[in-house]
Design a protein around this ligand. Structure first.
Ligand SMILES: C=CC1=C(C)c2cc3[nH]c(cc4nc(cc5[nH]c(cc1n2)c(C)c5CCC(=O)O)C(CCC(=O)O)=C4C)c(C)c3C=C
Ligand SMILES: [Fe+2]
Ligand SMILES: [Fe+2]
Length: 343
């Protein structure tokens, strides 16, 4: 080999999606997903009973119906945009890099992505969990799985994890550009930044030295709450709002998709949207900046379910800013993260 340093590998990892939008495939996906101890962080036996006897059997048919709304001729957007982004990033990085795509749950698996990189004899692996804000249930789980697999290798290459990019200027810029298209066409009364929720205890468990007191600390992002998911969500929202000239009193940060009975981080999106209608807001533009591609949580939950609820509560217009998907600046942003270049 001429190049003594060898190629470097990039492993892009998103959450995962069912193979098909039918009940058996959704059940299989939910089982793998929710049996992850970083997602449902309770003792194994309790988790097993909750997932296998309650959530998977009852939730699977309902979720499958939602997935059918999401599916299009190319399948699940989370997967096909992942494939597009992998191919575009491979073109952008020169031949010194091999880019592989993996999903934390279901397919293509992290094991198959790592295998691809191993076969390419990469000297280093850069793992990019496709979650802008760090959470143990998403980013942490990807790192956990990669380490579980790689620790069995005879030769362990250098590995670098990109743990968050909540304030990356190019990431912010793509969302702002997508939003401008809507803002040029409509005069919105209010803007909503809706993020995937988390059980409160998961944030508190990561709060070293108890610096994170939910609701009190998250507006202020600093080195001690750097990995507080809620604080990062506020940070992303503030940066997008600043970039679009949206004043503080015209936007709200909220959290969606709670599961189970324990408290999740607040405020809750479904409660906020009713409050918006009660306050007389007629036109709302929603952002989903926890997701890099359109998926069930964005297109169906925010774009359809919350839209219906807002209109029923008296609102007149509810639009959703598309995710980063295959935007050229998003590919540029990933390239910079991999090359450790400032955006
Ligand atoms: C921002 C990243 C995500 C975090 C953090 C996260 C935590 C988390 N999720 C659940 C439960 C469910 N999430 C579901 C779908 C889903 N979640 C994310 C991302 C994060 N989840 C995405 C991108 C998706 C959509 C995937 C797709 O195929 O489009 C689902 C399945 C759908 C449903 O039945 O509603 C569940 C369940 C928990 C419990 C949790 C943290 C504790
Ligand atoms: Fe989720
Ligand atoms: Fe916090």
């Amino acid at each position: 080999m001429n190049n003594k340093k060898g190629k470097k590998g990039v492993l892009l990892v998103n959450l995962g999606t069912p193979d098909q939008p039918d009940t058996p495939n959704v059940r299989k996906y939910l089982r793998e997903f929710l049996m992850d101890g970083r997602v449902i962080d309770i003792p194994f036996a309790q988790r097993w009973m909750l997932v296998n006897l309650i959530i998977a059997p009852f939730r699977a048919p309902k979720s499958a119906a939602e997935y059918q709304k999401l599916w299009d001729e190319r399948g699940s957007p989370l997967k096909y945009y992942g494939e597009d982004v992998r191919d575009l990033l491979q073109k952008e990085l020169n031949g010194d890099y091999v880019v592989a795509l993996a999903m934390r749950y279901q397919n293509p698996s992290i094991a198959s992505g790592l295998d691809e990189l191993k076969k390419a004899h990469v000297s280093e692996i850069i793992v990019v969990p496709l979650f802008p804000q760090y959470a143990s249930a998403s980013t942490g789980s990807v790192a956990d799985k990669v380490m579980e697999l790689v620790r069995k290798w005879q030769i362990i290459p250098n590995i670098r994890f990109i743990n968050q990019f909540a304030d990356d200027p190019m990431f912010i810029e793509v969302i702002a550009q997508r939003a401008k298209k809507w803002m040029e066409q409509h005069d919105y009364d209010h803007y909503l930044f809706s993020y995937h929720g988390l059980p409160e205890r998961q944030i508190l468990k990561g709060s070293v030295g108890s610096q994170c007191q939910l609701g009190k600390c998250c507006n202020n992002y600093h080195d001690k709450n750097r990995y507080c998911y809620r604080a990062q969500c506020f940070l992303t929202s503030r940066l997008i709002a600043e970039s679009l000239g949206i004043p503080e009193d015209k936007y709200t940060v909220a959290f969606q998709s709670r599961l189970g009975k324990t408290p999740w981080i607040q405020p809750y999106t479904d409660e906020k949207l009713v409050e918006f209608a009660e306050k007389g807001y007629k036109k709302v533009l929603a952002f989903s900046p926890a997701f890099v591609s359109d998926c069930l949580e964005t297109t169906v939950e925010v774009g359809e379910t919350y839209q219906e609820q807002f209109l029923e509560a008296g609102g007149e217009r509810w639009d959703l800013v598309e995710s980063l998907n295959d935007h050229p600046l998003w590919i540029e942003c990933l390239k910079n993260l991999v090359l450790e270049k400032a955006s």
